[in-house]
Design a protein around this ligand. Structure first.
Ligand code: SF4
Length: 215
């Protein structure tokens, strides 16, 4: 595939997905950047739906980074228990909030490097926070849906999220990095599911040559 034809294909993919999912956005509920960070930490190995069930009580009890940093660990663990891996997540949230208070005066930092210093925060979480809370495109969110569909669409042959992200940053125009991940996540939930993708109703079927296709 030439550079131009691959550029055209990506443009078509984006246009079709944007038309199919005009309301694609982050599914986590939050009302400030700190809440988004915590919700994203909780979403690891869980679902956005489950996180949205847990966070109203959590955000009612703890409103600031300082309050999270000083939370009783047992109480925090109990509130987030349904999201799984709750001991680690509670430890990470407390420690991340301690750093936010001590190094950033209680405000969430806005750079990739500073976010990556927070426990429990890898590139995926940092990209979610930067893209969704600050509208800053420093990379592409690579979650399980993006990982699977990028490979099905031949946008990356890599298996590690960091490598897939680098491939996507090369082929997707920077101004589309944030929406691209939302689109793929929606597509992955609705149509391009992991087992038996619903190719018969897929809006990009003619642009996909995946071996996983069901038609
Ligand atoms: S055609 Fe099938 S495998 Fe390809 S993107 Fe659509 S749903 Fe996924």
């Amino acid at each position: 595939m030439t550079r131009r034809s691959s550029h055209l294909r990506v443009e078509r993919l984006l246009a079709r997905l944007e038309a199919a999912y005009p309301d694609a956005k982050c599914a986590l509920h939050f009302s400030n950047p700190l809440q988004l960070l915590i919700a994203t930490i909780l979403s690891a190995q869980s679902t956005d739906k489950m996180v949205n069930i847990v966070t109203p009580a959590l955000f009612k009890k703890y409103r600031t980074a300082d309050q999270f940093a000083n939370a009783e660990i047992d109480e925090l663990e109990n509130l987030i228990r349904p999201t799984g891996f709750f001991r680690n997540k509670a430890k990470h949230i407390k420690e991340a909030c301690r750093i936010i208070v001590e190094k950033h005066r209680g405000k969430l930092p806005r750079t990739m490097a500073e976010l990556l210093e927070l426990p429990g925060v890898a590139r995926k979480t940092a990209n979610v926070v930067l893209g969704v809370a600050f509208n800053q495109a420093e990379g592409v969110v690579v979650d399980t849906h993006v990982q699977r569909i990028a490979r099905r669409l031949d946008l990356s042959h890599e298996t590690r999220p960091e490598k897939i992200e680098q491939d996507l940053m090369r082929v997707i125009p920077k101004e589309k990095w944030i929406i691209f991940a939302h689109l793929l996540i929606h597509h992955g939930r609705a149509v391009c599911v992991a087992i038996r993708p619903k190719c018969a109703v897929c809006p990009i079927e003619d642009l996909c040559n995946s071996e996983d296709k069901t038609i």
